[in-house]
Ligand binder design. Structure first.
Ligand SMILES: Nc1ncnc2c1ncn2[C@@H]1O[C@H](COP(=O)(O)OP(=O)(O)OP(=O)(O)O)[C@@H](O)[C@H]1O
Length: 345
């Protein structure tokens, strides 16, 4: 388990103080994949690097697997760091070493016997799908293959935690998918705790259990990925979610709705789990004298749970609309009125 409490980090730049982290707290349970998302400069890298003390916080506490990292002696810290692997955006491989030696190096430094190293590296290269590249040099590998070497190297010391510093940001979407698939695979196989930082919501949606959204050195929202996607609280969070499903009503449709007669409302409906399959819309139309138009619909799966988002245009008399919305609120996970005022012609 990782417990960061009230982490502050300031840098002195010339005669100015830059406050990169302004009191961040978060907790990562064993076996979780925890994603931290934010725009450039939000403080994500700084936060990630406090976990293995590559960055020492100005104040706050860092507890990893029950150990207070800030009170460890140098030798104890080296031991603790063996249990925390890290992979980087630009892979950080040794260009004059082949793939085998890139993975073996850390084991040699730890004086592991030669035959054990051979077996271990072969197993790791098998795990990441690079058994046939043991003798290749980094310059002969694709970006995805380089990151696979990075992952094999990070796993060489049998870590319990893997830190991923923008690990897929330099990769194309298809390669990103395959690296995320590999991370999910090793998370499940070894119950490995993974903390990743990214600026892509797609990465969070694809593999994370929990997410923290960072802005200007603070966490502005955190929770399970399913909760945050279905019920975002902050505008920045909504902006990130929009990059995965854009449920904005196009301006032309809004204008047409305004021209089209009686009182109406646009509502955003979120369904979760089995409720996504219930015939709620059919019942809505049958029970209430209103007309319901589907403007947008999307269904996706987040860690095995279906999440559906619909945008509905509901028109008719005021009272039946209110009753219909009340029925929706009782039937689905969440209903928001998108157009704050009634849309009238
Ligand atoms: N070594 C440093 N010295 C001075 N300022 C720093 C240092 N490292 C980070 N900062 C500042 O701290 C703030 C947070 O930086 P950080 O790299 O943690 O953000 P980030 O969210 O990871 O951004 P990016 O996605 O661009 O990597 C920024 O204002 C940055 O300029």
């Amino acid at each position: 388990m990782i417990q960061l409490t009230d982490i502050h980090k300031s840098y002195q730049v010339g005669n100015k103080q830059v406050e990169a982290l302004k009191g961040v707290s978060l907790q990562v349970e064993k076996g979780q994949i925890y994603g931290v998302i934010g725009f450039s400069g939000a403080g994500k890298s700084t936060l990630l690097r406090t976990i293995n003390l590559l960055e020492k916080p100005t104040s706050g506490s860092v507890i990893v697997n029950g150990q207070n990292m800030l009170t460890l002696k140098e030798k104890e810290l080296r031991q603790a760091r063996k249990k925390i692997g890290i992979i980087f955006q630009h892979f950080n491989l040794l260009s004059s070493y082949n793939v085998f030696d890139n993975v073996a190096e850390i084991l040699r430094m730890n004086r592991v016997p030669k035959d054990v190293i051979k077996r271990k590296v072969e197993d790791l290269l098998g795990l990441v799908g690079l058994s046939d590249k043991a003798n290749a040099y980094p310059s002969q590998l694709s970006g995805g293959q380089k990151q696979r070497v990075g992952i094999a190297r990070a796993l060489a010391t049998d870590p319990e935690i893997l830190l991923c510093d923008e690990a897929t940001s330099a990769l194309d979407p298809q390669t990103t998918e395959s690296i995320l698939g590999l991370l999910l695979d090793i998370n499940q196989k070894f119950n490995l705790t993974i903390v990743l930082i990214t600026h892509e919501m797609q990465v969070i949606k694809k593999i994370c259990d929990q997410v923290a959204i960072m802005e200007n050195g603070v966490v502005i929202e955190q929770g399970s990925v399913l909760d945050v996607f279905s019920n975002p609280q902050e505008q920045t969070t909504r902006n990130f979610i929009k990059t995965v499903f854009d449920d904005q009503v196009p301006q032309e449709i809004l204008s047409k709705i305004k021209e089209s007669g009686p009182v109406s409302k646009i509502v955003r409906v979120a369904f979760r789990g089995d409720a996504a399959l219930d015939p709620v819309l059919g019942t809505l139309s049958a029970r209430f004298p209103i007309s319901t138009n589907l403007l947008y619909g999307s269904i996706t799966t987040i860690k095995g749970t279906a999440l559906g988002i619909l945008l509905l245009h509901i028109s008719g008399e005021d009272q039946p609309i209110q009753d219909g919305i009340r029925f929706l609120r009782e039937s689905v996970y969440r209903v928001d009125i998108v157009s704050p005022e009634e849309v009238r012609s």
